[in-house]
Write a protein that binds this ligand. Sequence first.
Ligand code: C5P
Length: 222
Amino acid sequence: EKKLSIAIDGPAAAGKSTVAKVVAEKLSYIYIDTGAMYRALTYKALVNNFNLEDENSLLDTLLATKLELFPSPNGQLVFLDNQEVTEEIRSSTVTNSVSIVAKHQKVREEMVRMQQSFAVNGGVVMDGRDIGTHVLPNAEVKVFLLASVEERAVRRHAENLQKGYPSDLEQLKEEIARRDKIDSEREFAPLRKADDAIEIDTTSLTIPEVVEKIMDLVHERV
Ligand code: C5P
């Protein structure tokens, strides 16, 4: 059976990673969370007090960084220079700075190069913002997940509380909206639905229902 490339894009907290993980597991494909790569670079830049507007030094940092993604039963483990940072890169400090790091063209070009190298043999489910438009323009299946800001904030809030993290719904709404704005308005490779992506509004759908819709698209292609 042919091994496809599946691109899943959409705004912040739309459920991309949750859904992508399940689809990857069902197909025995590799799941690649590209947001984690931007988060890892942001984490390193913050720890070292770098200026997040300095494109050239961020690129130099990225080129000098060993960034590894390992599949795990819960999704993906992230290692930065041999240190595990899977949890650290989810902090609100990183979340609220990552879109600044991710707007730089030189950083993005290097990230895209790495992401494409992970996908050379197909059999991948990759989630992000520019996968269908830039990273895997030839992906056989492209999905753009949507949900209202309200719904996304409510979901993220519930997730935070369940994990025992402090969480403020109104603040989450603001943060999600601000991140979407920066991601959509950046000059290079903004968050955008690819022309040939299938849009799925998940606002009133459960995770299994979204997964099912994507699996239907996969079965149309194999
Ligand atoms: O997917 P996640 O919310 O973890 O992504 C974190 C941030 O990384 C996004 O808000 C965006 O700024 C950036 N990103 C990106 N392109 C991708 C994946 C993530 O610009 N393909």
